[in-house]
Write a protein that binds this ligand. Structure first.
Ligand code: AP5
Length: 209
């Protein structure tokens, strides 16, 4: 499980590691954004919370992850990105959510808050394939166009300054207590994620062995 503040680089690395290791990448943020763009009742409910930078209620998220983890590609191994992020979610995962697979590593992406704000405000995401870019740190060859698929890049609605401030506050109050929770279980590993994506990726592979 990849744990860290908004903008710490969890999604960037989870996509890469999951592809290299051929395991399911379970990102609750991506799943919610798909529900929002499909206009489902779950998406409509979630959008209000997401745009305000707040967490979607635990029962909604736990039900969504429970269904996802039972799909064939996720039965034996997965990378969880953005879940759990509250103590009730962590307890649900411990109880029975994960089926036959168990949480073996929790990797904490450590990045100073001043760096996170710059990463979030410069992030651009491909509207077609979901690739993650940054106007300065990971720019595309042609501004506004995804290098991977030619799709148009968009800015997430929760990457506006007001929502960023709220998300960082919610991370501090509701998600950071999970550090102690997993430290006590001796499965927490920390990575200095304030380095280039390639350096972080290489260290991540070592930590996950
Ligand atoms: P979610 O999509 O999970 O957002 P998040 O946790 O806030 O994390 P981010 O996606 O913002 O950041 P990231 O760490 O993945 O960074 P990234 O790799 O993109 O959740 C969105 C919302 O959904 C939540 O606010 C909530 O409402 C709801 N939600 C989701 N899960 C939930 C749950 N479990 N419970 C309740 N509600 C839930 O990188 C950021 C930028 O930095 C990019 O531009 C990237 O190119 C750049 N970058 C990455 N790595 C580096 C590097 N090493 N150096 C320089 N730049 C870098």
């Amino acid at each position: 499980m990849f744990l860290g503040a908004p903008g710490a680089g969890k999604g960037t690395q989870a996509k890469r590691v999951a592809e290299a290791a051929s395991v399911a990448h379970i990102s609750t943020g991506d799943m919610l954004r798909q529900e929002v763009s499909a206009g489902t009742p779950l998406g409509l409910e979630a959008k209000t919370f997401m745009d305000a930078g707040k967490l979607v209620p635990d029962e909604v998220i736990i039900g969504m992850v429970r269904a996802r983890i039972q799909q064939p590609d996720a039965r034996s191994a997965w990378i969880l990105d953005g879940f759990p992020r509250t103590l009730p979610q962590a307890e649900a995962l411990d109880r029975n959510l994960s089926g036959s697979a168990a949480l073996s590593h929790v990797i904490y992406f450590a990045v100073p808050e001043s760096v996170l704000i710059g990463r979030l405000s410069g992030r651009r995401t491909c509207s077609k394939c979901g690739a993650i870019w940054h106007v300065e740190h990971q720019p595309t060859k042609t501004p506004g166009i995804c290098d991977q698929c030619g799709g148009a890049l968009v800015q997430r609605s929760d990457d506006r300054p007001e929502a960023i401030g709220k998300r960082l506050e919610v991370y501090r109050s509701q998600t950071s207590p999970l550090l102690a929770y997993y430290r006590d279980r001796r499965i927490l590993r920390e990575i200095d994620a304030n380095r280039s994506p390639d350096v972080v990726y290489k260290e991540l592979l070592k930590l996950m062995q």
